[in-house]
Design a binder for this molecule. Structure first.
Ligand SMILES: [Fe+2]
Length: 382
């Protein structure tokens, strides 16, 4: 009798709460490769989540049951607010339609799970993505950095790009000033990115020093690059092999500003060892172009940039990348290859977008302001 009472109570609670659950952020694309992509979305209540996909064949989404890909990395469906599902085995150079789902979990006790309402993105609001063409001889991409939570600036800069003709965007750090709450991340730039492009065009994120600050800093990977092994990672798009580096903070770990909560010296040491393996890989060596992304440029002066110079630059000097793209200084600079750093660097300011193209002729970088005017240009001819 007691069991029935509690069952009835749970069902009543479920009915009362039904309809409450919402998908509040996303979905957005992360870590797209030729045969895989990670999709991330966030709900306002604990939910189980899954993705449904359909080919872009003109069929009605409801024509047949669509395959489901659950957020269940351990075999048990995650009850969580932040969901990420990595779709694998995708066909390269192919457009897919997709929906994301969230089913509220009111209680999980023993073998029993009490579900609430289910929400999904609309099948009539067609979400699509296109996997890259691994034999593609051309790629277009754009880089912004140091947005510091200014949605109007982000809108203006992304607006200088034809998103449909841009294969992907790179956020090169300091997109927010501090990450105290999830709301700061999404209201600061990510909701706007979803609105502008990120449901359909992938964004690759290189962490800046400001993303390392605040109570949310250790949760960064739950939202960005959740399917990758590290926050630093590589990917190939068209003829370019990209290395996404993470320089950590700009001051020593002992600085009072970090309140004894950081260990970036060890982190950068391990990352440098990883970088050595990367540049000795066939994937790196065989790529027609190599582009390195790092928020802080290798430099003298501040400790963080000195660490990039000391730990990463020697490895890269041997590996001879075509260029490194940086931010951090809030002012534009193009540095030619020298003796301490043997590859060119574009340091993008905090009010421009780098629009880049790589094709058989070479690499082209157009630095464009919020008003659409090109303020600088750099080319590397093949
Ligand atoms: Fe910075």
């Amino acid at each position: 009798m007691k069991h029935y009472f509690f069952s009835a109570l749970l069902i009543t609670i479920a009915c009362l709460r039904a309809g409450a659950v919402e998908i509040i952020h996303g979905p957005y694309l992360q870590n797209m490769e030729k045969d895989r992509v990670t999709i991330v979305w966030v709900t306002d209540q604990p939910t189980v989540g899954w993705v449904e996909t359909a080919p872009d064949d003109g069929s009605v989404f409801y024509e047949v049951p669509r395959p489901r890909y659950f957020d269940a990395p351990t075999g048990v469906k995650e009850t969580a607010r932040i969901h990420s599902v990595t779709l694998t085995g995708l066909t390269p150079n192919t457009t897919y339609r997709y929906r994301v789902y969230a089913r509220e979990v009111l209680e999980h006790k023993g073998n029993y799970v009490t579900y609430g309402h289910t929400k999904a993105t609309s099948p009539y609001q067609v979400l699509t993505f296109r996997t890259p063409d691994p034999s593609g001889e051309k790629v277009n991409f754009a880089v912004v950095n140091d947005i510091h939570g200014d949605n109007e600036k982000l809108t203006d800069l992304i607006g200088q790009c034809d998103a449909a003709a841009t294969d992907f965007f790179i956020f090169n750090g300091d997109m927010v000033s501090v990450s105290e709450t999830e709301e700061q991340i999404f209201s600061g730039f990510m909701d706007k990115a979803v609105e502008l492009f990120a449901t359909a065009v992938p964004m690759y994120y290189a962490r800046g020093n400001h993303e390392t600050r605040g109570a949310m800093a250790t949760h960064f990977k739950e939202y960005f690059s959740p399917g990758a092994d590290h926050i630093y990672y590589t990917f190939r798009q068209g003829p370019v092999f990209f290395i996404m580096l993470d320089g950590g903070e700009d001051k020593p770990d002992t600085d009072i500003e970090y309140y004894d909560i950081t260990d970036y010296d060890t982190y950068r040491r391990d990352e440098a060892a990883w970088l050595s393996e990367v540049v000795n890989s066939e994937e790196y060596r065989n790529a027609p172009y190599k582009v390195v992304i790092c928020h802080m440029p290798p430099d003298i002066g501040w400790y963080g940039s000195c660490q990039v110079l000391e730990k990463f630059a020697p490895v890269l000097n041997e590996a001879k990348p075509d260029i490194m793209l940086c931010g951090h200084y809030h002012s534009h600079d193009i540095r030619k290859a020298g003796t301490a750093v043997k590859f060119p660097i574009i340091i993008n300011d905090n009010k421009s977008v780098i629009k880049a193209t790589a094709d058989a002729a070479g690499l082209k970088f157009s630095i464009t302001g919020r008003d659409g005017k090109e303020t600088a240009h750099f080319e590397i001819k093949k």
